[in-house]
Design a protein around this ligand. Structure first.
Ligand SMILES: [Zn+2]
Length: 309
């Protein structure tokens, strides 16, 4: 199974169009230790020819152009794509807006929770993915589902599970408990290669690592995990936004209650942070935060990184 990070940034990417934080400024000024990042997505393939996207970021067109494996193969006719299916972890703009890049009458399948499929249905612009060509499939919770699209069996299965999280900001209902969110609005995914049974986890949004999630991840071969923030209050401290990480549904990397500490005893073989917000000090390769993450065995995900399982 081959896995590629198409985009390692969080919503807005790095640099973000309207952001003057220290990181975004340093990157624009060409400072050493900084790399640009597109928004959150992975690509997976069992056979190297047919690919499943995990999330569809607004940068998808650019990500496809930067990924030779996702270019149309010349022996499949005038219009073709190796992208056969897309699985969505939630309804965030940075995870679904890229679907609009996949119009042009190309057959594929979209897998998501019933509530995210409802969101796509309610926003008529997504009808550009014509229903007769682009099938919508519900991802059940805690039951592996075989992944196919455009008539191709991808040799993969997805086991979706509820990730402790939060409903997308634009779908919040003011005054409602949990802002109108329900379990399963944010999914974690375990992607399984059917031929070998090898599997990895993709969890780009997670508010906390509870006992259930810890048990699920224990001993995993590879986990791509929510690296949005280093500190709970960093968006506020940097004057960017008046919200904490937990209000946004993201655990922080650092500190006693952070993900680095929570993973320390889980025995995960390879740990990779993705969905990294532009405010995160670990984006600076020369920062003490980067050194802490690296010393704890974490990779800070970068666009284009490839993994084999
Ligand atoms: Zn910034």
């Amino acid at each position: 199974m081959r896995i590629k990070i198409l985009g390692s940034g969080a919503g807005g990417g790095f640099p973000q169009w309207n952001c003057n934080c220290a990181n975004c400024r340093a990157l624009r000024n060409g400072a050493a230790g900084y790399r640009a990042r597109t928004q959150s997505a992975l690509a997976v393939s069992a056979d190297g020819e047919n690919w499943l996207l995990l999330n569809a970021s607004p940068d998808l067109r650019q990500q496809i152009a930067a990924t030779p494996q996702l270019a149309p193969s010349t022996h499949h006719g005038a219009r073709a794509s190796p992208i056969k299916a897309v699985a969505l972890t939630n309804g965030d703009v940075d995870h679904i807006a890229g679907l609009l890049n996949l119009r042009e009458a190309q057959p594929l399948a979209v897998y998501a929770s019933p509530r995210v499929l409802d969101t796509l249905k309610a926003n008529r612009i997504f009808d550009v993915l014509a229903a007769d060509l682009v099938t919508r499939v519900e991802l059940p919770l805690d039951a592996p589902l075989r992944i196919e699209g455009a008539g191709v069996d991808l040799g993969l299965a997805i086991e979706a599970f509820a990730s402790p999280g939060k409903i997308a900001l634009y779908l919040e209902e003011a005054g409602a408990a949990e802002f109108g969110g329900q379990p399963g609005d944010t999914l974690g995914l375990r992607i399984i290669e059917k031929a070998t049974g090898a599997s990895f986890f993709y969890i780009p949004a997670c508010a906390r690592i509870d006992d259930e999630l810890a048990a699920r991840l224990r001993g995993a071969a590879l986990v791509f995990f929510d690296g949005t923030l280093w500190r709970e209050n960093e968006m506020i401290e940097q004057g960017l936004m008046g919200t904490t990480g937990s209000r946004m549904g993201h655990i922080n990397m650092g500190g006693r209650k952070g993900s680095i500490v929570a993973f320390a005893t889980l025995g995960v073989e390879r740990k990779v942070f993705v969905h990294i917000n532009n405010s995160n000090p670990a984006l600076d390769a020369n920062s003490k935060e980067r050194a802490i993450a690296t010393a704890a065995g974490w990779l800070i995900g970068e666009d284009g990184m490839e993994f084999t399982l």
